[in-house]
Write a protein that binds this ligand. Structure first.
Ligand code: BGC
Length: 241
């Protein structure tokens, strides 16, 4: 089944039709910068323009960078706070809407590095914020929000997200130290058997992952930054939202 997957991020909104059995994009993705301010109506216009660009009439899955319960937005750390309380499923014309990291995580567990993995697997996405998806024997615990764990008295994503590396012009080594400290904390709390690193930085894993030394195996996302688009489409196809 082909489904249009759309991944709303703090800096870009990306979409492409996805073959949900193969877990692959079937057309080149379209990326449009996230409007500023990132208020619901403006973001909805971008989502509509992506639907139009692909001349799409079929099912649509959309990710959102915050807590989503039954299509309703509950938190908005990296987009406009006016999202809180918005029924995004309705705003996006009946699309399936879910948390961005949960979507990326489901894609990784179905098609990527987590495929067939039992036990506790954590998929952590490093981008504008830090997103998390927690799996036990392949089952997702939704909306875990581990990017907001406290680290040195701060929200962890304010110390270790990919945006922090760019904004503070940290070297990859320096940033890797922060990522390692964060992963140690998560490792202590959950004793995962595998940690999968997603988000845009997964494409540059060789620059920082060799410096991250923890006991748990840590691997870059197999689907890289397309995991969100694929997971959004997969959720709409399987009704997992
Ligand atoms: C949000 C999460 C989201 C993550 C990645 C965090 O700030 O609270 O819901 O998954 O950023 O976008």
């Amino acid at each position: 089944m082909n489904v249009l997957g759309i991944d709303i991020g703090g800096s870009g909104i990306k979409g492409a039709p996805v073959d949900t059995e193969a877990g692959e994009l079937v057309e080149e993705r379209l990326r449009i910068p996230t409007p500023e301010p990132s208020v619901p109506d403006e973001v909805a216009k971008v989502v509509a323009s992506i639907v139009e660009h692909f001349d799409w009439n079929g099912p649509v899955g959309v990710t959102f960078p915050g807590v989503v319960v039954d299509g309703v937005i509950r938190t908005a750390a990296n987009v406009d706070p006016s999202w809180v309380g918005v029924d995004a499923g309705r705003l996006f014309g009946g699309a399936t809407v879910l948390n961005d990291a949960d979507a990326a995580g489901m894609a990784e567990m179905t098609f990527g590095e987590g495929k067939g993995r039992k036990g506790t697997v954590l998929v952590l996405t490093f981008g504008t914020g830090i997103g998390s998806a927690l799996f036990t024997d392949g089952l997702l615990v939704r909306n875990t929000e581990l990017g907001h764990l406290e680290l040195r008295g701060k929200d962890a994503e304010h110390r270790a997200s990919a945006r922090v590396r760019e904004e503070h012009e940290l070297s990859w080594d320096k940033w890797a130290e922060r990522v390692e400290e964060y992963l140690r904390h998560v490792e202590m709390l959950f004793s995962p058997s595998l940690i999968v690193i997603g988000g845009g930085v997964s494409r540059k894993a060789e620059k920082f992952l060799p410096h991250v030394k923890i006991d748990t195996p840590v691997v870059p996302a197999g689907l890289q930054n397309e995991a969100g688009i694929i997971g959004a489409a997969h959720a709409a196809a399987t009704g997992a939202s």
